[in-house]
Design a protein around this ligand. Structure first.
Ligand code: AMP
Ligand code: MN
Ligand code: MN
Length: 325
């Protein structure tokens, strides 16, 4: 972390200390890094006797319902009024906050803590480091700098944030720093086994049926260097699942030997397709998603294409092809 980030951290800490009403908001389709980071921050600031309001926009996926403090999540209502400080976590731009973007715009101060390469630095204070493997890493340093005791509940949330955003500590974003942070979290007394079972070994039979059905749509392109799978509304109905149950499909697709880029297309509406891309070694998928108004990281990114499923697939495949060597 460079001096500029540390300076922003100190500025944010000073501001938080003199504020009372603090909002923390999750992003749309919240993931483990977002939920874990938000809960860690919320639990920490509660220790300082701050009035902490933890806002959600979409519902929290079942995978993360075991996390300590998850019952703190609430929807915004007008009687909450404006925030002294609004903390956005793991959100590269304002639209990622969904309806809570309006709440943010009314806040006295906005602190943006993030690790996306496509961050728009929308905060009054921006703690953005694209070298961090997860927002959870930044929160770990932030809480230490604030002299807050990282207890078992906070450690469980931070471990989850880092574990889920690094593909269980396997991506190139992982550094020795990532492991040093994790070692400290383990020293606090969390159970690595229990958390990993909660995260990855509690899948429902319905989710397994969706996994099978979705893989039935597998297409590969460019000598199997691209893999692609589609999930339609009909498949969700037939398996009694939701899009939360697609978590893990796109990284599975990348695990096929020759694949460099994997693609998951989700039919949100008949002409609104959410695209998730993952790459293995060299393709920058964040730049591909940027073409369609999305963003993310070099090896994991997303965007929305306003076409039907098949058209969206051919559009995104064409764009991916341009980026293959
Ligand atoms: P996903 O494929 O939805 O799991 O997202 C992969 C990564 O890209 C995550 O870090 C997201 O925050 C980011 N991302 C996904 N969709 C968008 C979008 N429409 N705009 C900006 N970033 C996105
Ligand atoms: Mn995220
Ligand atoms: Mn993240």
């Amino acid at each position: 972390m460079n001096d500029l980030i540390l300076k922003s951290m100190d500025e944010a800490i000073e501001y938080i200390k003199k504020s009372d009403k603090i909002f923390i908001a999750s992003h749309v389709n919240p993931d483990g890094d977002n939920v874990g980071s938000s809960l860690a921050m919320a639990l920490a600031l509660k220790k300082l006797n701050k009035k902490v309001i933890l806002l959600k926009t979409d519902s929290i996926p079942e995978d993360y319902m075991f996390l300590p403090g998850v019952d703190l999540y609430q929807d915004y209502s007008d009687d909450l009024g404006p925030a002294d400080v609004f903390i956005a976590l793991d959100s590269s731009d304002l639209d990622r906050l969904g309806q809570n973007k309006e709440v943010l715009l009314k806040a006295h101060r906005v602190i943006n803590i993030d690790h996306h390469i496509t961050s728009t630095n929308f905060g009054h204070i921006n703690i953005v480091d694209d070298k961090s493997a997860a927002t959870g890493e930044l929160i770990f340093y932030f809480l230490k700098r604030m002299d807050i005791d990282i207890d078992k509940d906070i450690a469980t949330n931070l471990y989850t944030a880092i574990n889920t955003d690094t593909g269980k500590f396997s991506y190139e974003s992982v550094t020795s720093k990532t492991h040093r942070i994790t070692a400290e979290l383990i020293d606090v007394g969390i159970s690595v086994k229990d958390i990993n079972i909660q995260l990855y070994e509690k899948y429902s039979i319905e989710r397994t049926s969706l996994f099978i059905k979705s893989l039935g749509t597998l297409n590969t392109y460019a000598n199997d260097r691209i893999s692609s799978v589609k999930v339609s509304q009909r498949m969700l109905r037939e398996t009694n699942t939701s899009f939360d149950d697609t978590e893990g499909i796109v990284s599975f697709l990348r695990s096929i030997g020759p694949v460099e880029v994997s693609c998951l297309l989700k039919e949100i509406k008949p002409d609104e397709i959410k695209v998730s891309l993952r790459s293995k070694e060299y393709v920058d998928v964040s730049s591909i998603c940027k073409v369609f108004g999305g963003g993310g990281h070099i090896r994991a990114a997303g965007c929305t294409i306003y076409e039907d499923l098949d058209t969206a697939e051919s559009i995104i495949i064409k764009e991916i092809m341009k980026n293959l060597r």
